[in-house]
Design a protein around this ligand. Sequence first.
Ligand code: PLP
Length: 608
Amino acid sequence: MPSTSAINKMPPPSYSFPLTVEGTRSGQEEYSTTWELTPRSTAMAILNHGDTTTANGSSPADAAAVAPAMPSLVQPPLDADEFRRQGRLVVDFIADYYTRIDEHPVRPAVAPGFLARQLPDTAPARPEPGDDALAAALRDVRDLILPGVTHWQSPRHFAHFAATASNVGALGEALTAGLNINPFTWAASPAATELEVVVTDWLGKALHLPESLLFSGGGGATLLGTSCEAMLCTLVAARDRKLAEIGEERIGDLVVYCSDQTHFSFQKAARIAGIRRGNYREIPTSRESGFTLSPKALRAAVRADEAAGRVPLFLCATVGTTPTAAVDPLRELCAAVAGHGVWVHVDAAYAGAACVCPEFRHAIAGAEAVDSFSTNPHKWLLANMDCCALWVRRPEALTAALGTDHDVILKDPSSERDCGRGVVDYKDWQIALSRRFRALKLWLVLRCHGVEGLRGFVRAHVRMAAAFEDMVRADARFEVPVPRQFALVCFRLRSAAAGEKRARDGDDAEPNELNRRLLEAVNATGRAYMSSAVVGGIYVLRCAIGNSLTEERHVREAWCVVQEQATVVLAAAACTEERAVYSARCADAPAAVPPVQNEVSLHSFLNS
Ligand code: PLP
């Protein structure tokens, strides 16, 4: 019988022939299958079935021809040579995409259903005939799918906090997918678990986290997919710890706290964790305090709940809120709830990354007192999606809530004996059993860029954001209503720029509408993509700089786009106002005023 390595060394088949087998399955259903036989697939079949076929006297080759496993041999799903060839196709495809990414409008101009209309209703029964199926699929990615994606890696994508990509981040994902292991326990893949332990400590040190959150300081960390999971896992840990103290029947008394700027994921996590909707305290923030959570208001809320017989459970503070990247004052917030048994979690999904730079360490001053801290290296630390690091001060609280002890299959005697106590079984730190080998990617990023490399990356974006902010401030039509934080600039057209009437009225509704139109106009150009937030009743445009391909020239061009579109939108607004005045004066003859329905007609009206 040939060995596997001998088969792998066989030259590519110079010929093949079809073999059709017909029969009846289960005595009823008729079937007919055709295989394309090559010397190599036949040899593999002999290898696979050699030990079962000679008993009835037939030759291994005969048996191979009718063996039920044959179809998978025609197109082996895992084949090293083919992987090499196909891998090159994909790598070239991605590299070409990055080379030409700037040619795509950042946001696609497509209507719902555009793709479904172009694809068949059912999956193909067989691979693409003739041509290489993967090459054909990649052509579809280019021609059908790419025209309908929002290009998150575009250097002109400023809308959301970035999902930063890097060569090693992407290739780390490929490596993880290629090894395709499932390290749910230490024994299920010892090196994967140990790498996660090492790399989360590395990252924690790089971010200047307190020692008490690191493995080396008695805490510990894991890599999850998202911040929402981090919130849910820590909330469940806090809940179970508290219920063990006060009795499970009091779950309805548990109260959680956050600000009106906290990411909505926390509300979802609270619902999943069984917190009553009425016990979700969203404490209002104000423009005066930079939209940060007030320790005084928190203290008052906690005391009021206690006085009413409820049980304060959990605070979700944020370092870098989604609307404006506001930073909640951790030290003061921890002091406000000290002695009340409240678990303090810090959601630093975006801005945690900035703490690689010592000059931003102040953002997490007081973190020594928090119970848990999470950040997404996939947002601003070059680790392609997905990757959320969660550190906890007392891992045992997490494992007490999420650990399982009934997994008979996982408890094979040898792993029980060898593992003993003290190893990390990451299945007990998360919701699901199965998990990805994310540590590999993060380790590659840290190894290949180094902490200094990451600092340079973050600082470059902060510098570009400062330059954008300066440009906004230099144009009298605009204002920066909240201070820039990190690399996020929130800005808007001033009320005065919107017209005298608006300035006089001091009413936000019309300026808000004007700014909404400005954002739509900017995004419709395809040359820049930004987003918006409403904070303290005012509508702001968000320019979040953080993509790996963004350079200063893209930021300058984006500002030019904003200025151009502002001119158009303001002219249209002024025109509408003049028309309103005119209409009021000519109340007797309103039909004399040409109808204006939308921006497009306003535009043509202006140009007519
Ligand atoms: N928290 C903050 C501050 C965020 O900005 C975001 C998303 O941008 C999230 C949480 C949600 O992150 P994830 O999608 O990882 O759950």
